[in-house]
Design a protein. Structure first.
Lengths: 148, 124
């Protein structure tokens, strides 16, 4: 079962615009081909699975700076990682909520993925760019069980 | 005015704090990273408003709402839930447990400001 682009694209676009003040472009399948920060959230209930999100380190730093309205030397590494975790938290809730609007689903707290020092290897179903055409945000929603 | 922000995400606490500062109100902000910490602070400072996330380690926002409602010293303290959780029944459950409002993320500073004004205005 796949969460369609018609659900994911507007949900993520609205979050990026509303809370991170940037315009995004949906790019479909792909991967973040530069150093990135990743996090995942497990969801259970009417639908169950894992929501994974990766953001290029460069974009993550910009999102954190805009989100927190910080000046250099901030945002620091911890703030950037926390911003990505919060983005995943909001994105997961908004996406699953838009996909299954009449359901009850519980979400785990975000868990960091691997250190993200290398280029992304896995292809994600939903990618977005903010600067240029290369994917800078990648999202995979692996649905393992649906009771709907 | 004393406002207690409860969220395990430090960046979200900062985001909300900045939105509160933008209201221009005379606000003292207290922060807690989970419900357990929040209860301790709430007993100490008796906040005029608690703004809480739901999904937090150690003690969730649901438990916090229940404990605020159950504690005679804190009963009547308005609790605004601010969560990414859009599950169908969650707002109803939280409002039934004692929360005064339920906002879903993403939320703009303007929406937060309007909610704050409405809640504290209604209370006044």
């Amino acid at each position: 079962m796949t969460v369609p682009a018609e659900v994911v694209a507007p949900a993520i676009g609205q979050i990026l615009e509303t809370m991170y003040f940037c315009e995004s472009f949906y790019r479909g399948k792909g991967r973040v081909r530069e150093p990135h920060i990743g996090t995942s959230i497990t969801f259970t209930g009417a639908v169950s699975g894992v929501f994974s999100l990766e953001v290029s380190s460069a974009l993550a730093a910009r999102l954190a700076a805009d989100f927190l309205a910080t000046e250099p030397p901030d945002p620091g590494k911890e703030q950037i990682e926390a911003t990505v975790s919060e983005l995943a938290n909001i994105a997961c809730g908004a996406t699953i909520g838009a996909w299954q609007p009449c359901s009850n689903v519980h979400f785990s707290v975000p868990h960091p993925l691997s250190d993200g020092d290398g280029a992304g290897e896995a292809e994600f179903t939903h990618c977005f760019s903010v600067n240029g055409e290369n994917p800078e945000i990648a999202i995979e929603i692996a649905v393992s069980d649906s009771r709907e | 005015m004393q406002i207690l922000l409860v969220d395990d995400s430090p960046v979200m606490r900062r985001y909300v704090a900045r939105a509160l500062e933008m209201t221009g109100m005379d606000i003292t902000i207290h922060e807690a990273k989970n419900g357990r910490e929040a209860i301790g602070i709430a007993f100490r400072v008796r906040p005029d408003l608690i703004i809480t996330d739901l999904n937090m380690p150690e003690m969730s926002g649901e438990e916090l709402v229940e404990k605020v409602y159950e504690a005679p010293e804190l009963r009547g303290t308005p609790v605004l839930v601010l969560s990414a959780d859009r599950s169908l029944n969650r707002p109803r459950e939280l409002l039934h447990a004692g929360a005064i409002a339920y906002l879903t993320k993403p939320v703009t500073p303007e929406v937060l400001k309007r909610s704050l004004t409405a809640i504290l205005g209604v209370r006044a």
